[in-house]
Design a protein around this ligand. Sequence first.
Ligand SMILES: [Zn+2]
Length: 315
Amino acid sequence: MPELPEVETIRRQLEPDLVGRRFESVEVLDPYFSQPSTAVLFERAAEGSEVVDVGRRGKYLVFEFDDGNSMVIHLRMTGSLTLVEPDGSLNPGDPRIEPPATGAGNGAGPAPGDRHLRARFMLDDGGRLLFSDPRRFGRGFIAGPEALDDYFDSRLGVEPLSPEFTVEAMAAMTEGRTGPLKSFLLDQKGVAGVGNIYADEALFRARLHPLSPGESMKAEHHRALRDGVVESLERGLDLGGASIDDYRDARGDAGKMQHEFLVHRREGEACPGCGEPIVRIVVGGRSTYFCPACQKRLRRRPRRRAGRPLRKRAR
Ligand SMILES: [Zn+2]
């Protein structure tokens, strides 16, 4: 599933080419894409709109229109957005020709005639934006500014690459959380945009065991985890994201982060810190990779019971 670095890579590629462009026509080819809205309502709301900004919130792409509404696209498991230039190439200056219309075949990302094509946006300069999604979990919707704020406020927490993601914010978010740190990082209401890959990488960088309870962290751990999240996301961004299964960027290219994973998907391989084998466990139904030697398992802090002084530990 594309996480923050993958979605942000796409956003950065689309922004210069889409801002100032108008959607001349919009076709929703799969009614699942626009659910719960109908395909016709979605098409009517998007057609004729000029894109004035391409933003991102968590793992959502936000295309702001000149009428104040925004089109939001969530790629979910296997969704991809490809921008095809007016001349049929996927990227200005890229010598590749548009793939044949009979399926994705040549490894250059979703082809326009791809059977997984779910929505097509024709631009006023002759280019087109294609949304392709083999597993059909990806969704798009259009909302006004207030509805959009409500939508994100109820689902998403702090943006980890924003100035608001401070050590103090990390301390406040994890206070009283008894669940594992891995689960905390995957909860979009805490840190928005982190998924399975970058959660493992961040915990390794922070030298924290994925099963440690959030509330067991001390000040140094809050700082280490905050820094681990930021560094792992920035590394992913530098490498154009990670392509494990289907992820391709807006030009049809794979990312390179999967070659640089420190622990994720490296079960049995040597830890880059100490050389011990990396272990895989399942936390909250998700495969989780870590080094048992480098990543410290913190204990739950004893709770002070109401009305009773905290008992001193015998020495
Ligand atoms: Zn290690």
